[in-house]
Design a protein around this ligand. Structure first.
Ligand code: AMP
Length: 420
């Protein structure tokens, strides 16, 4: 016999209990974001490969080794989205959203795909919830965006949260700083890991992310970008910090914070949770003022973040799955065809009247049916038999004969409203 297929490595099925928890994360995030004027957007699961190559950056881990890229039947190179900021900027330009009042505030919840080493909290298909504000470089946009994620993580009870904050400055100050950092790395080249050494010219900032002990020592004395920002970048960063202070959002300034995507400018941040293991990043983001131009658009500032749903679920304490409601369970006292049809019709009418109804479908004994009704948390059980319809109130245990389906439905609706 051939082996039964399994979900691909690094992917998982979202089973009903987990789907219920995810729905709660979504509800909390949507509540906070929509109340702040963010509206949902959904982009395709794949884009032209070029969208990510240009935006995320040729030298990044994502583009170099993590993209699921394929050629379609027409010979086009397409890539399953590894992140969603670039597709949103693409959509903003494509749909002329610059004509709308700025900033345009969008949120999303969609899956992303990265060919990463699978482990707890790191998957090859994972879900990101995110928010992007395009069209304003006001530092209040940065502070508000960070505050929104802070609020969502707080409301979900994500444990041991820390916020690290930095500024990467403009592309110009970054280019100047890159030269300083490259010189520092060259001066200590013999102590660096092979991977860092090979990428000195390509992406020197990534050296801050290395786990290699000798590399870490070299990086401890490296110049920091945050100490080489221009005056305007410093003013912007100070204003963001002042607003976060005013909103009482705690953070640490961390000049070693480097995000794995090239498009960031100025503010960058990351929330981590002590409740997570090695993969401690819950969510992060930053400003990307040059991204629209990389797509050939007019200069358009942008700011946003993404948080991983799986990481939130691993670290959240307040989440409990809400069970589906069952107002009425339709049971069959005997298996006669007439009772089965009457039961089916009762369930159909009850549902039309807005009663959450489940129908016996398992061919159980009457005792088994009551057990099942209990498992579903049914408020009432209607028992259909040759004698007519009996309705049992599962809370009080009272049972009574009722003459018609509509009498059952009115009774259940009254009972439900009395409960509410
Ligand atoms: P990034 O786009 O890399 O900044 O990631 C933003 C957030 O997405 C991270 O903080 C994680 O919560 C989540 N995330 C990123 N990569 C993965 C992955 N491979 N598996 C699960 N979650 C991820």
């Amino acid at each position: 016999m051939s082996e039964r297929p399994k979900a691909p490595r690094g992917t998982f099925d979202v089973l009903p209990e987990q789907a219920a928890l995810r729905a709660q994360v979504e509800a909390v995030a949507r509540g906070t974001l929509e109340a702040a004027g963010y509206r949902r957007i959904e982009t395709p699961a794949f884009e032209q490969t070029d969208v990510f190559q240009r935006a995320v950056g040729e030298s990044t881990d994502i583009v170099q080794k993590e993209m699921y890229t394929f050629e379609d039947g027409g010979g086009r190179s397409l890539t399953l989205r590894p992140e969603i900021t670039a597709p949103i900027v693409r959509a903003y330009l494509e749909h002329g959203m610059h004509k709308l009042p700025q900033p345009v505030k969008l949120w999303y919840l969609s899956s992303c795909f990265r060919y990463e080493r699978a482990q707890a909290g790191r998957y090859r298909q994972f879900w990101q919830i995110g928010a992007e504000a395009l069209g304003s470089d006001d530092p209040a946009v940065d502070a508000e965006s960070i505050l929104l994620l802070h609020t969502i993580l707080g409301d979900l009870g994500v444990a041991g949260v820390r916020l690290r904050l930095a500024s990467l400055g403009s592309h110009e100050s970054r280019a100047r700083y890159r030269e300083l950092l490259t010189a520092h790395l060259r001066a200590h080249e013999d102590r660096l890991s092979d991977e860092v050494r090979e990428r000195i010219d390509l992406n020197p900032l990534r050296a801050f992310d290395s786990d290699h002990p000798a590399t870490r020592e070299v990086m401890a004395s490296a110049p920091l970008l945050i100490e080489h920002l221009g005056a305007e970048d410093l003013d912007h960063f100070a204003a963001v910090r002042e607003m976060l202070d005013a909103a009482q959002v705690p953070y640490e300034v961390d000049g070693t914070l480097v995000r794995g995507l090239d498009y960031y400018t100025r503010t960058v941040f990351e929330f981590t949770s002590d409740a997570l293991g090695a993969q401690s990043g819950v969510g992060g983001g930053g400003r990307y003022d040059g991204l629209a131009e990389q797509f050939g658009g007019a200069p358009t500032p942008g700011m946003g973040w993404a948080a991983g749903i799986e990481r939130i679920l691993l670290a959240a304490e307040h989440l409990a799955a809400r069970e589906p409601v069952c107002d009425l369970y339709v049971a069959l006292a005997d298996g006669t065809a007439a009772a089965r049809i009457a039961g089916f019709a009762l369930a159909a009418h009850a549902r039309r009247a807005g009663v959450a109804t489940q129908l016996e479908l398992g061919g159980r004994s009457l005792k088994g049916q009551f057990k099942q009704a209990d498992r579903c948390g049914a408020a009432f059980v209607a028992i259909l038999g040759s004698e007519g319809i009996e309705l049992k109130d599962m809370q009080s245990g009272e049972q009574q004969a009722l003459e018609s389906a509509s009498a059952v439905i009115s009774y259940v609706l009254r009972g439900r409203h009395a409960d509410a």
